[in-house]
Design a protein around this ligand. Structure first.
Ligand code: ADP
Ligand code: MG
Length: 715
């Protein structure tokens, strides 16, 4: 038989394989190589399998037996319902698998097949029985007799192709491909104590013992992580070595004046970050830096200090936020923090000459540019940005639209919130000639994520909150008594002069029912629960202008309670707010809950967060999230926990980025492997930056980064 290449289509495995092409495609498997990378979802260890003669009632058991008979009966109901019983035998005893009102088992199972089943054992008619078991046909299904050893792999299957068939296909593929080329350099493989690729590939599909699985997975995970890091290192080196950046001037006094004029002392962490950023900006290479800090750690101040460095060097700075409201809020911060040093807002209204006289006309000018900025004001801002009359512009993605050009952009700050993909980052960057880039995350990202998908960025961390902040006290409310207690808390705090947020948000804004429910609940609270308090409502469908107006009213203390039916609108900074109630907290992700909670505890007051949990009893994930929220207010810890609970596949940025997928590696658990892979990749690039001495590695890297090749090669 001829050797098959990894690119060969499945049909080359032989005529019998051809009819599974369709079903396999639905699993993303088109070539022999895809098939080899279609790893088992789990394994059944035959030695841990219960003998049918030994199973006990109420035990959760995995059993393996031969199908002795398949029986179908119908109830007398109209319409009749099918009851299917599959009887297994293993030499020690019998056990029945049972399904009610489902017919597929009747077609699927045939006498003589070997079947593995798991589930809770009950007794029926004196015989053990598992109702609705998890089942796999191990042998004798539509494929025959693959030697499986003690440990049976269970590959993800699909309609039309069973796990038994896939096992046989993989078995054939392994036999027919022969020696697999090793994408890793030999010395790295040895140094890291990794299995050769053939061995790893064989063992992950057909292990003989548990240790085989572990070593095979380590090897294959290392490959994934190594090539990811290789791309990251490749890009980082390229950007740093090949692109001329702007060497900012640190001798000007704007940045210093800014820090001195602040109404508070920067934290030590803020000072350190400001210094790291300024040093980086002074270098004639483009900066690519991530500013990580927990909610309320004061990232905006750090970003503004960086903007001052750009401006004092004679250039412009831009801050891009993901929503109108957040852009508006940044603008307010800018006004508040830059005002004392003589900054003026441009575009919005004619410059007040008296004011200019008061502060001197040498202060920086700033402006807002969002979709809501229209007409004459917009023209003025666009013109000011073009001419250079405006030093700092704050906005939304309106900043990356085509007709906006900057006179001389040298710093792009992106308040990312996991909402912009890599592409928008690049778009803002292209508004200048290699400007420095500072990316701010709304909440911390997991450590391993910073080392991988963000791994080309340098990182500054704000690991300290401003003095005097008290951790928010958090609890979960499930009963109506607890609910009343939460409302009481709102009253009590309002009585003491504080304000409260209530979030009744629809998670899915396109789901009308959900939106309606959120709005109804908001109405109920306003009219029935707090008729005596001053309430403001924020609806998702309000115009941005109206939302801003209401938010402003709340900030200025015109209302006691802000009820919001949308989530992001709560991204506000109201230090007097001390209570946050979140309806249906079970539906929110951890990062979002943490972000919401971050809206309170921003002043000196003791603050309280109540998370209403309406989850179904068995919803362990929701429980785990809410417990994590109660357990800690540390955003870095929550970020790691979030990654563990959700898996990295769901992280918005990564899916958007087109960067290579990780199939086996789990960032939340494989921290050590990430570090090792990263070190090897970066060392290799240090010695051979364009991989000219490693053409195979380069080809493999380019193959894996095919969907983000621009990112890899451009700055
Ligand atoms: P983040 O964006 O990191 O969540 P912000 O930059 O919005 O945080 O800052 C949160 C609040 O804390 C703002 O009102 C800000 O003015 C204030 N703040 C920032 N740094 C300090 C500090 N060192 N001391 C006191 N208050 C600070
Ligand atoms: Mg912020």
């Amino acid at each position: 038989m001829s050797r098959l290449s990894l690119d060969a289509p499945i049909s080359e495995l032989g005529g019998w394989a051809r009819r599974f092409e369709g079903p396999l495609r639905s699993l993303g498997v088109e070539t022999v190589g895809d098939l080899l990378h279609h790893y088992p979802r789990r394994y059944i260890d035959r030695s841990a399998v219960a003998k049918l003669g030994d199973v006990r009632i109420r035990q959760e058991a995995t059993v393996i037996g031969t199908v002795h008979g398949v029986n179908r009966q119908f109830t007398r109901q109209r319409p009749p319902r099918a009851m299917v019983t599959v009887r297994l035998f293993d030499g020690t005893g019998y056990l029945d698998l049972f399904w009610f009102n489902q017919s597929w088992p009747y077609r699927r199972f045939k006498k003589g097949q070997e079947v593995a089943a798991s589930g809770k054992v009950t007794a029926f008619g004196g015989r053990p029985r598992i109702t609705n078991p998890a089942v796999e046909v191990l042998k004798g299904g539509d494929a025959d007799q693959v030697h499986t050893g003690r440990i049976v792999p269970v590959h993800p299957a699909a309609e039309g192709v069973s796990t038994g068939t896939i096992r046989r296909l993989v078995h054939d593929a392994l036999r027919r491909t022969g020696r697999l080329p090793d994408p890793l350099p030999e010395e790295i493989r040895r140094r890291q104590g990794l299995l050769p690729p053939d061995r790893a590939m064989r063992d992950i599909h057909f292990p003989e013992e548990g240790e085989d699985i572990r070593r095979a997975r380590d090897r294959l995970k290392f490959d994934e992580l190594f090539f990811l890091e290789l791309g990251v290192a490749f890009r980082k080196h390229r950007v740093e070595a090949e692109t001329e950046g702007i060497a900012h001037d640190l001798t000007g006094d704007l940045a210093e004046r800014f820090v001195k004029s602040l109404p508070f002392e920067p934290t030590a962490a803020q000072r350190r970050a400001m210094e790291e950023i300024a040093d980086d900006m002074a270098r004639p290479r483009p900066m690519n830096r991530l500013l990580q800090g927990d909610v309320g750690s004061g990232k905006t101040v750090v970003a503004l200090a960086a903007a001052m460095v750009a401006i004092q060097s004679g250039h412009q700075a831009a801050i891009m936020a993901p929503t109108e409201v957040l852009a508006g809020q940044h603008l307010r911060k800018v006004a508040e923090l830059l005002g004392p040093m003589g900054a003026r807002r441009a575009g919005a209204e004619p410059v007040d000459e008296a004011q200019v006289g008061l502060f001197g006309a040498d202060g920086p000018t700033y402006a807002l540019l969002t979709a809501a900025v229209t007409g004459k004001e917009r023209e003025a801002v666009v013109e000011g940005v073009r001419s250079g009359a405006i030093d700092l512009v704050v906005g939304t993605h309106a900043l990356v639209q085509e007709h906006l050009s900057f006179a001389d952009l040298s710093l792009a700050v992106i308040d990312e919130q996991h909402r912009f993909g890599l592409h928008q980052r690049v778009a803002l960057k292209e508004k200048g000639a290699s400007p420095d880039v500072l990316i701010m995350t709304a909440t911390p990202i997991p450590r391993t994520l910073a080392l991988t998908y963000y791994g080309d960025l340098d990182v500054s961390v704000l690991d300290e909150l401003p003095a005097g902040r008290q951790p928010v006290e958090t609890r979960v409310a499930r009963t109506s008594l607890e609910r009343r207690g939460a409302y009481e808390l709102v009253r009590e705090q309002v009585g003491q002069g504080r304000q409260a947020f209530v979030v009744t948000a629809a998670i899915d804004e396109s789901n009308r029912l959900e939106v309606r429910a959120a709005e109804k609940e908001a109405e109920r609270l306003a009219t029935e629960v707090f008729p005596d308090l001053r309430i403001l409502l924020l609806h998702g469908r309000m115009r941005p202008r109206d939302k801003d107006a209401r938010m402003e009213a709340f900030r200025s203390g015109e209302a006691d309670v802000l009820i919001a039916t949308t989530v992001i609108e709560v991204g506000v900074d109201v230090p007097n707010a001390a209570v946050m109630l979140v309806e249906n907290a079970e539906r929110f992700g951890l990062a979002q809950l943490h972000q919401l909670r971050g809206r309170i505890g921003r002043g000196a007051h003791r603050s309280y967060c109540v998370l209403f949990d309406a989850s179904e009893p068995g919803n362990e994930d929701a429980r785990a999230r809410l417990e994590a929220m109660v357990g800690t207010t540390d955003g870095f810890q929550l970020a790691d926990e979030d990654l563990r609970l959700r898996g990295e596949g769901t992280l918005f940025d990564i899916r958007q980025s087109g960067m290579p997928d990780l199939r086996l590696a789990r960032l939340a658990y494989d921290t050590e492997l990430v570090r090792r892979a990263r070190k090897e990749a970066f060392d290799l690039i240090d010695g051979d930056p364009d991989l000219s001495a490693h053409p195979d590695l380069r080809a493999e890297m380019e193959r894996r980064f095919a969907d983000s090749i621009d990112w890899l090669f451009h700055s």
